[in-house]
Design a binder for this molecule. Structure first.
Ligand SMILES: O=C(Cc1cc(C2CC2)c(-n2cc(CNC(=O)c3cnc4ccccc4n3)nn2)c(C2CC2)c1)NC1(C(=O)O)CCCCC1
Length: 153
């Protein structure tokens, strides 16, 4: 029993700049505010790499082990899955793609992040989606803030 959805964030910054932030599999803390640090336990950031994510203190979970499934610098697609950690997200898989918003002059970037995950026993599909989408929403707004600030300078 899985749930999933897609979230969209428009960013007023050039696609290459936004992509340079997203593609750093070894540095999720660059814009994910619940992440304290990250170390690579396999690979050097390319496909098949595995990262050990340490969360900020005060959260129910402390760690997450995640594997990079796809990183396409031509199509601007990144896919990672969660393969371990002291949390309750099983079979979580995230797909993030970047697009240029042709309508907006000055070339804005549209980020689309989709996920699927098993609904944990004891939780409803709605609760699970709401829980995950709150965090993804924070991450995408943080990415927008940081990218737009970098684009200004
Ligand atoms: O951004 C982050 C960092 C991140 C990663 C993690 C867990 C290590 C995976 C957490 N977390 C999770 C938990 C323990 N609760 C669960 O497991 C959990 C699972 N089902 C639920 C279903 C319904 C209600 C509550 C649920 N509760 N304690 N802390 C956080 C805390 C909540 C803010 C942030 N993670 C994602 C990313 O894009 O990197 C985006 C969000 C999804 C995972 C990937």
């Amino acid at each position: 029993n899985q749930c999933g959805a897609s979230l969209v964030q428009t960013i007023d910054a050039p696609l290459p700049l936004v992509w340079s932030m997203i593609r750093r599999f070894d540095k999720p803390q660059a814009y994910k505010q619940f992440v304290r640090s990250c170390t690579m336990s396999a690979g050097n950031g390319g496909i098949g790499s595995v990262r050990e994510v340490m969360l900020i203190s005060g959260l129910p979970a402390e760690t997450s082990t995640e594997r990079l499934e796809k990183l396409d610098d031509g199509m601007h697609v990144m896919i990672f899955s969660i393969i371990g950690g002291d949390h309750r997200l099983l079979n979580y898989r995230s797909t993030t793609t970047l697009h240029v918003d042709e309508e907006a002059k000055g070339g804005k970037t549209v980020v689309v992040e989709s996920y699927v995950v098993d609904v944990p026993v004891g939780n409803s599909k709605e609760d699970t989606c709401s829980f995950i989408e709150t965090i993804i929403g924070c991450n995408l707004r943080s990415l927008a803030r940081i990218s737009e600030k970098m684009a200004c300078t």
